[in-house]
Design a protein around this ligand. Structure first.
Ligand code: ADP
Length: 264
């Protein structure tokens, strides 16, 4: 039996198809979020990836910022619950989840069973989110996936003192003009995101094991800076950006199973 989870974010649409609630049968990531054709493209792509059609899917659950606008799902579940569920599936021993997306950052505290006990969030300011990195990558004419490559070459990360994205943008342009080398500048940019989000993590409480999820977790420059800031190891795997979609797919599986149980 196949279930589908779709996570419709501010910048990116992500899907996961699970077989029998245990095995990943397909995944897709489309860089176009709510209000675009991204969700439908992601749906098409995940079906293609799994070699399935819509008729093969027993249940679809939507999550993420744009979940309420998506009419093809049988239900919706909040992104916090889906992230917690997805992370617990991949890392059963994680107690702190640092989820940095395209327009917000959240820190979730999980109990032993993977239930969310508490969370703190920044959705007021672009600094400390993927938006900050997207703006900076654009100024530096780099693809977002190149930031970690440049940061890895840095020997002396630049200090970005502005806490506001707009001012930091001017600061980066001035530093470029003053001759700061690209790797040091990029490492400073990654450090700046880590420093901002680390203060959220401290507010939520750092309980190991700690993992990073969301699209920004794909950037090793931010992950390494975060590990240093917090003085802990950061668990990561290549499902990081798909944790919400994975959780939604698990909730879709539960929905079918509970329906089967009541039918008996
Ligand atoms: P949302 O759900 O809000 O759309 P995501 O969790 O999908 O957000 O994360 C989107 C962010 O992830 C982008 O703003 C971008 O900064 C970052 N990102 C996406 N792909 C990569 C990549 N390959 N390497 C590094 N960062 C990435």
């Amino acid at each position: 039996m196949y279930t589908l989870g779709i996570d419709i974010g501010s910048t990116t649409s992500k899907c996961i198809i699970l077989k029998d609630g245990t095995e990943i049968a397909g995944k897709s990531i489309v860089v176009a979020g709510t209000g675009t054709d991204g969700p439908h493209l992601a749906l098409e792509e995940v079906l293609k990836d799994a070699g399935l059609t819509r008729d093969d899917i027993a249940c679809t659950i939507a999550t993420g910022y744009g979940r309420k606008l998506f009419e093809e799902a049988e239900g919706e579940v909040s992104e916090l619950s889906c992230h917690a569920r997805g992370v617990h599936f991949v890392f059963p021993d994680v107690h702190t989840v640092i989820d940095i997306g395209g327009q917000d950052a959240k820190v979730l505290s999980l109990n032993e069973k993977g239930r969310m006990m508490n969370f703190v969030m920044n959705d007021k300011c672009a600094a400390g989110t993927g938006r900050f990195l997207d703006v900076m990558a654009n100024i530096l004419k780099l693809d977002i996936s190149q930031l970690e490559v440049e940061a890895a070459k840095s020997e002396n990360p630049a200090s970005i003192s502005s806490t506001c994205t707009v001012f930091a943008e001017s600061e980066v342009i001035s530093q470029l003009a003053a001759g700061t080398n690209l790797p040091d500048l990029v490492a400073g940019i990654c450090q700046s995101v880590a420093t901002r989000v680390a203060s959220l993590v401290r507010r939520a409480g750092v309980r190991e094991k700690v993992c990073m999820s969301g699209g920004v977790a794909r950037n090793a420059g931010v992950r390494n800076a975060m590990a240093k800031e917090l003085g802990v190891e950061i668990a990561y795997n290549d499902m990081a950006q798909l944790m919400g979609a994975l959780g939604a797919s698990l909730y879709a599986y539960d929905k079918i199973k509970s329906g089967e149980n009541t039918a008996q």
